[in-house]
Design a protein around this ligand. Structure first.
Ligand code: 9MR
Length: 346
């Protein structure tokens, strides 16, 4: 009876703890989420997004991208980018800023103007000086370059690479550092988790940036993964350590784990929970893995069905904003983590 009573009293404290506070206790800097600028009218959604015990870090899903911030040359617009930045500031949440030099959501005036090397360098520098300058002091991290390697592990055939070779990397990081010396500067990409050709080429990119003397703090593993095909916790540790061995930090920056067929049955939901636990667990196993950001938090709003028709349900809350088994799996893995890794550094 006595033991039962104690268990009965002790259990709710763990169960009711939310993900960001559990992540802090486990030694991470944050558990966060991307927030869609168009979803902020949804009060139930915003109540979760603003629950700082649950979500301690926000990423603007689209508002800071090039097409939003500099749609025409020299005309800067921070209306969309300021939405999530403002919410994070109001709530006291960390802000991961996203993203600067990226081939996608890139206006035609950048990609189609036939700029020379020198002109494009100046275009990148002006963009970064203005955008990073506008958010100076607000960004805990900046995703400075995004998705610079293609799906085969080759350099992505973007205007940046075709015009400047790999020099656009150092140009971008140097410009970001000059505009906000305190932000941690990241290179960010997807499918690094599988430790294949794309990961090898990203290691090469990291070496090129470091050898150039440009500032680089971390590597973002986007983590757009698939239920049942997510690498094991130990395989993920191996690939994270390929980057931390350079003295860099790593983070999961856009995590979602989608079902390939819908609706998921109970076994698929349990598998999704195990997959999320392996990803978060791998971050706990690597001291320089500093945090986890999920890409949205509810199946109500996700980029996935638009890009992969018939797939989805990749997040921690269902379409009715109720917690899924994956939420419980993550909370359990965080709650059982030893607190020996470094504490929050902000
Ligand atoms: O979630 C974003 C979606 O709303 C946009 O339509 C899309 C356009 O490219 O970008 C999505 O976010 C992407 C992120 O910025 C970079 N990594 C992949 C993400 C999912 O496509």
């Amino acid at each position: 009876m006595h033991t039962g009573l104690l268990l009965g009293l002790a259990a709710p404290a763990v169960v009711s703890a939310q993900l960001h506070e559990l992540a802090l206790a486990a030694g991470l800097d944050f558990f966060g989420a991307a927030i869609g600028e168009g979803n902020t009218h949804d009060s139930q959604y915003m109540a979760i997004a603003s629950d700082t015990s649950e979500i301690g870090q926000l990423t603007p899903e689209n508002g800071q991208k090039w097409d939003a911030t500099e749609p025409n040359r020299g005309q800067f617009n921070f209306q969309q980018g300021d939405i999530v930045a403002g919410i994070a500031a109001q709530n006291g949440q960390l802000l991961r800023c996203h993203t600067l030099t990226w081939y996608s959501q890139l206006p035609g005036w950048v990609s189609n103007s036939g700029f020379s090397y020198e002109e494009l360098q100046s275009v990148i520098e002006t963009h970064i000086e203005n955008v990073v300058g506008h958010y100076k002091g607000q960004c805990y991290h900046w995703d400075v370059v995004n998705e610079v390697i293609d799906d085969n592990g080759d350099w992505r055939d973007s205007v940046f690479y075709t015009t400047m070779g790999t020099d656009f990397l150092a140009v971008s990081f140097n410009a970001a550092k000059a505009a906000d010396p305190d932000a941690k500067l990241y290179i960010n990409d997807y499918n690094l988790e599988y430790n294949e050709a794309k990961t090898d080429r990203t290691v090469e990119a990291v070496e090129i940036i470091l050898d150039s003397g440009a500032p680089l703090d971390g590597v973002g593993f986007q983590g757009h993964l698939i239920v049942g095909s997510t690498p094991s916790r130990s395989d993920l540790v191996t690939v994270l350590e390929r980057f931390t061995q350079y003295g860099l930090e790593v983070a999961y920056t856009e995590l979602d784990i989608r079902h390939e067929s819908l609706p998921p049955n109970d076994a698929a939901l349990a598998q999704q929970g195990d997959d999320f636990a392996n990803v978060v667990g791998s971050c706990l196993d690597v001291p320089n893995c500093r945090g986890v950001t999920i890409w949205g938090f509810t199946d109500k709003y996700s980029w996935i069905p638009g890009v992969f028709p018939g797939e989805g349900a990749a997040l921690l809350y269902d379409e009715n904003l109720q917690k899924k088994p994956a939420w419980t799996s993550i909370s359990s893995i965080l709650a059982t983590a030893p607190t020996s890794t470094p504490g929050p550094r902000y």
